[in-house]
Design a protein around this ligand. Structure first.
Ligand code: LRH
Ligand code: MN
Ligand code: MN
Length: 386
């Protein structure tokens, strides 16, 4: 059994990156239900992220989405984050919210559109230089809706060309994380639909290109932990976009739909030494109906709980059972860890770090929720596209 002190030590080193867009308003294509007190600027999103970090102690990094978080001075935004005990994380590019991208961005058949998209990606690297961010996250909405609409292979060539140009622009310590998604908004072909396509491109590009696994981007029933194990084994797992799904790309709180799946993923991370590596543990969620800050705190706690359970797996006993071909015994070792209530352990971890053992209760007591409702009057609330 892993010593509780080792489990606690590993838990305090984990850092969970929260997405700026989760603090803003979001919804479905049917309706955005605006909430009171929602940030009106990237700075106010950072103010909220600082509350998440204040109560959890493990969320010091915030991912930005460009142009949703466009500012005149990115270095000043990084300073603003630093003053609040935060740092800016992945820069998420956005080549999907412009009329020009109707037929795709870097894969579009139109060279002018491809140039525009590449220009944006390169601008994102400039922003990384200013913010000190390590990661550029690339997700392409590119694809086609109808058979014959465009040439599948030519689109791959165009993709490779753009990725190569971005790769060559990366600085020494910068990485590009290529995200895949099996469908939506394209419904027939998607140009980066799966880990295999992302991996093939990243492998050709080189070590600074890594795959990002958004847990909501798979067909139902996909064994995501297998993908995680494989990518880690190949040194190609750049990070996660954590969220959960019941149906499609639901972007619900991570661990809400299937905590067992999250545990299995985190077990493969622990098994593959991913906790102590460069893997970025990012959230990519939208809180459409629930209050945003406590939902993000809950998500951070869900990742911590899955990580704690994964760390508790008795790996010696598991290896012994596996070597002895003891199917039921091996499965029992894994299930023992999953069925352990790790909340007291995490409460200890927090108390030892000088935090309240119950981050959500502490947030509610802090008065922040009322303060932002009172203070954030006027102006345009942040949301998808703002
Ligand atoms: C695409 C995606 C990608 C985007 C984010 C807002 O579905 O997962 O990561 O940048 O949503
Ligand atoms: Mn994502
Ligand atoms: Mn998504």
């Amino acid at each position: 059994m892993t010593a509780p002190s080792a489990v606690k030590a590993a838990l305090t080193t984990q850092s969970i990156e929260t997405p700026s867009w989760a603090y803003g308003n979001s919804g479905t294509r049917f309706k955005v239900f605006a909430q009171q007190g929602v940030p009106r600027s990237p700075q106010e999103k950072l103010d909220d992220a600082a509350q998440v970090h204040r109560h959890t102690g493990v969320a010091p990094v915030v991912a930005l989405h460009i142009p949703w978080d466009r500012v005149d001075d990115y270095a000043a935004l990084a300073d603003y984050a630093k003053e609040r005990g935060l740092r800016l994380g992945a820069i998420n590019s956005n080549v999907f919210q412009d009329d020009d991208y109707k037929l795709g961005s870097v894969c579009s058949p139109d060279p002018a559109v491809r140039r525009k998209a590449l220009g944006h990606l390169l601008e994102c690297v400039d922003i990384m230089d200013a913010t000190g961010s390590r990661d550029l996250k690339l997700w392409f909405a590119d694809g086609t809706n109808y058979p014959g609409q465009d040439d599948i292979r030519s689109r791959q060539d165009r993709l490779a060309e753009a990725l190569t140009a971005v790769y060559e622009r990366l600085g020494e310590d910068q990485r590009m994380l290529l995200e895949y998604k099996f469908f939506e908004p394209a419904f027939y072909t998607t140009d980066v639909p799966d880990w295999g396509t992302a991996y093939a491109h990243c492998l050709k590009l080189g070590p600074k290109a890594q795959v990002v696994v958004d847990t909501g981007h798979h067909a139902p029933g996909t064994n995501i932990e297998f993908i995680v194990a494989l990518l880690l084994r190949e040194g190609k797992l750049g990070g996660f976009d954590f969220n959960s799904r019941f149906y499609a790309d639901d972007d619900l709180m991570v661990g809400a739909a299937d905590p067992f799946q999250l545990f299995r993923i985190m077990y493969e991370v622990v098994r593959g030494e991913g906790l102590s590596s460069e893997v970025a543990f990012m959230l990519d969620q939208c809180h459409n109906i629930e209050p945003k800050i406590p939902a993000i705190i809950r998500s951070v706690m869900n990742v911590q709980e899955a990580t704690a359970k994964a760390l508790l797996v008795d790996r010696d006993a598991l290896a012994a059972a596996q070597a002895a071909c003891d199917v039921l015994g091996a499965n029992a070792v894994l299930m023992d860890a999953f069925n352990t209530d790790v909340r007291p352990l995490l409460a200890d971890v927090r108390e030892e770090a000088g935090l309240d053992p119950d981050p959500i209760a502490a947030y509610h007591r802090s008065g922040w929720a009322q303060r932002i409702i009172d203070d954030r009057k006027g102006g345009q609330q942040a949301g998808w596209g703002a």
